[in-house]
Design a protein around this ligand. Sequence first.
Ligand code: F3S
Length: 82
Amino acid sequence: MSARIESCPHCARGYCALMRIHVDADKCQGHNRCYALAPELFDVDDYGNAVVVGDGSVAPELEEKARLAVANCPEFAITISE
Ligand code: F3S
């Protein structure tokens, strides 16, 4: 499902068709597999927990890496919305 937002910096169509990733801060335990697999999409905060880069939008060429990060998070802390 596309996220409906006022102005997407990527699409400029009134809706965003890009995949988005989210990290649940309550679930993340800082395993950092996501960062190791996809540093373009994830960063690490001062506590060693994951945060998404930017607004979490995933460029089409990085979608596979996003799915890989989801599959490799042992805490199931990463979700994708499309
Ligand atoms: Fe956290 Fe999972 Fe990444 S536990 S640091 S979101 S691999």
